[in-house]
Design a protein around this ligand. Sequence first.
Ligand SMILES: NC(=O)c1ccc[n+]([C@@H]2O[C@H](COP(=O)([O-])OP(=O)(O)OC[C@H]3O[C@@H](n4cnc5c(N)ncnc54)[C@H](OP(=O)(O)O)[C@@H]3O)[C@@H](O)[C@H]2O)c1
Length: 340
Amino acid sequence: MGYKVAVVGATGNVGREMLNILAERAFPVDEIAALASRRSLGTEVSFGDRTLKTRDLDAFDFAGWDIALFAIGSDATKTYAPKAARAGCVVIDNSSLYRYDPDVPLVVPEVNAEAVEGYAKKNIIANPNCSTAQMVVALKPLHDRARIKRVVVSTYQSVSGAGKEGMDELWDQTKAIYNPTDEIAPKKFQKQIAFNVIPHIDVFMEDGSTKEEWKMVAETKKIVDSSIKVTATCVRVPVFVGHAEAINLEFEDHLDEDEARDILREAPSIMVVDKREDGGYVTPIECVGDFATFVSRIRQDSTIDNGLNLWVVSDNLRKGAALNAVQIAEVLGQRCLKKG
Ligand SMILES: NC(=O)c1ccc[n+]([C@@H]2O[C@H](COP(=O)([O-])OP(=O)(O)OC[C@H]3O[C@@H](n4cnc5c(N)ncnc54)[C@H](OP(=O)(O)O)[C@@H]3O)[C@@H](O)[C@H]2O)c1
């Protein structure tokens, strides 16, 4: 006995990865539906060794379906997620729409799997922002040992975090650099992204930070501990897939870099690659297609009493979105929607 699972946004970057990961992890699926907008009706997507034809979300009836993995923008989610939830289908949502709703659990299974049990208030569970997800996986085991007081993080976020249009823009602009007659003006990003970096993701807030930065603050508090102070600078870089983060941590208690390395080696879903030699660390290209969150460059920050620096890298379409959503579905199945 398996589940009836709908993947909503199945033609997008995250939706396609959701289908891959459901198949790779052999999630118990009895029936699967690939849904997208009417524009994509009949578009073929892969699910393991099967090919699925995409169906129209607007005409889909969620009654009798167990789980819907949503990967569409917030506006469309606002229309369709309540429809699915009312029909009795549990929504696991990747947009930011429900993340800060007190009646919706925001879950990273390595950190707060038990929060899934709060799903029934709205029949919705939220998946965090890609940058938050990979960061909190690394933070949690260190916080349990030495209590994190403050996090200073700078991100290096790939263009796939802005959807398939973001990837196309980097590709087209890069080609245009070598063929100047094809000049490609910025559309998805605010400035040229090819051969450049842009310190601006999502809209500006009143205090001068961006919404992406605010999300890292609010989500870390909701998932890990409301007492942790976070300050973030989020930067888009010309990398197709894989987000990197330079993280500075200040703890209440002393934590030695060797002990931190040992703790992270034992922690779930983390791979430590930390040799103090040429190439002894992980870069975004190397983490593409992987399930793990990689931690490198673990070192003491001698400018404060209890400080550490880390370099954290992960596949943003996986741990940052699709993998985390499928892991939530696994926890939901084990704890709440048992079958068989
Ligand atoms: N990329 C990341 O790293 C990441 C991380 C965390 C969260 N997210 C979130 O996940 C969501 C999807 O992101 P993405 O990167 O996969 O975007 P994407 O590549 O642009 O794909 C968007 C998907 O949504 C579908 N869609 C859009 N409007 C729709 C509508 N009105 N009705 C039905 N389907 C609609 C598209 O279908 P068509 O092809 O038919 O247009 C497509 O399948 C977003 O909310 C994003 O913020 C993304």
